[in-house]
Design a protein around this ligand. Structure first.
Ligand SMILES: NC(=O)CC[C@H](N)C(=O)O
Length: 374
């Protein structure tokens, strides 16, 4: 079946349908990871976006029940060069095509993803539409132009959990799978704000020794403080951090009271709560092969990333300093408060699959809580 991708600036790509059929729209971004499409599909941070994979063959490891980062597919469309229906993996239980169909995600295959990526890189990420029912370029471009811009969209409060819950599962082990960690081994009480949290972040916190209670995005700071936590964690999530005023006001109430660690959207929200500003990048960083330097140790780590916004570190010069730097585009990859036990990173230290270079950050958070406790 035919499918068409139309971008808001008028560029058209003709391909074939895969996954669900129909029409879908969102901000088109590219992801440079060579594997891990399942983690991309289930990362809540992709809500409102259509992802094109730059790796050419997608689908060859199928779908398994263990590699999900959440219980839902959040992205609005999936774009690949060549879809492979014949999958091979000892854990796979179904094909990618069947999975997308089951979850109602419209895909397109057989387009020149290299040309699309170059276009997005040169012109910037932009809105687009995939259709298997309308093939008229003029009508499609018109529809793509009518989609609201990602800037100004609060999407995180729409994907957060509805009530607090407790998490005790640790990191994957070949022998044991995902272990349930004994509460007696969890020394640090952490309240984790869910803005679209990825499961492996929770597992990393538990494996580092944290007793984690996950709370909804707008859970009052007063109620969180009443739980007497050792630290506050701020999660990743979709959309623009700037319109999330209630959440930002809430975060301000933890500053100076508790150690805080933020990842991705959590890092951006922290930047805003500390009085800084965030900016929209031209096409952002999405992939699992991006070099970052930890400024304190000068060590370079290969990281997984998925963001379109960034903290303007100059807007925080009196409060926080640059702690990690992206070596490809020199964007702010992490910050540390000048006097308080507060730090955050733009990349994903929990990355699964992909590089584990940044796992040490969970231990850094635990050490911070230990010091603060003492
Ligand atoms: N992965 C994330 O948390 C993404 C943060 C934010 N939505 C951005 O695009 O920059």
């Amino acid at each position: 079946m035919k499918a068409v991708l139309a971008l808001a600036d008028g560029r058209i790509f003709k391909g074939k349908a895969f996954g669900a059929t129909g029409e879908t729209s969102g901000e088109v971004v590219f992801n440079t990871a060579m594997s891990g499409y399942q983690e991309v599909l289930t990362d809540p941070s992709y809500k409102g976006q259509m992802v094109t994979m730059t790796y050419t063959q997608i689908g060859n490891t199928g779908i398994n029940p263990e590699d999900i980062e959440s219980n839902q597919l959040y992205l609005s469309g999936f774009i690949v060069r060549e879809y492979l229906d014949c999958y091979s993996n000892y854990r796979a239980t179904m094909s990618l095509d069947a999975y997308l169909k089951e979850n109602g995600v419209v895909g397109i295959q057989g387009i020149d993803t290299r040309a699309l990526t170059r276009h997005l890189r040169d012109k910037g990420a932009q809105n687009g539409i995939i259709s298997t029912i309308d093939f008229d370029p003029e009508s499609l471009v018109k529809k793509a132009r009518a989609i609201p811009s990602m800037s100004g969209l609060d999407l995180a409060t729409g994907v957060t959990c509805s009530a607090p819950y407790h998490w005790t599962q640790g990191l994957w082990d070949l022998q044991t799978g995902y272990p349930n960690v004994d509460k007696r081994d969890l020394k640090y009480k952490v309240v984790a704000y869910d803005f679209g949290i990825k499961l492996n972040i929770l597992r990393c916190l538990v494996s580092a020794g944290c007793d984690v209670t996950v709370v909804p995005a707008t859970f009052p700071a007063e109620s969180a403080l009443a739980m007497n936590p050792d630290g506050i964690f701020l999660s990743n999530g979709p959309g623009d951090p700037e319109p999330m005023k209630e959440v930002i006001e809430n975060i301000k109430k933890f500053v100076g009271k508790k150690p805080i660690f933020g990842i991705c959207l959590g890092h951006q929200l922290l930047g805003l709560a500390l009085g800084g500003r965030t900016i929209k990048l031209k096409f952002g960083n999405h992939g699992s092969n991006l070099p970052v330097m930890d400024i304190a140790t000068k060590k370079v780590e290969i990281t997984a990333q998925n963001h379109g916004f960034s903290v303007d570190i100059l807007s925080l010069s009196n409060v926080a300093g640059l702690a990690h730097e992206n070596l490809n585009d020199q964007t702010v990859e992490g910050m540390a408060h000048k006097t308080l036990p507060i730090f955050s990173v733009q990349h994903h230290p929990e990355a699964s699959p992909g590089p584990h270079d940044s796992h040490y950050l969970f231990n850094r958070f635990v050490e911070m809580m230990e010091k603060h406790k003492a």
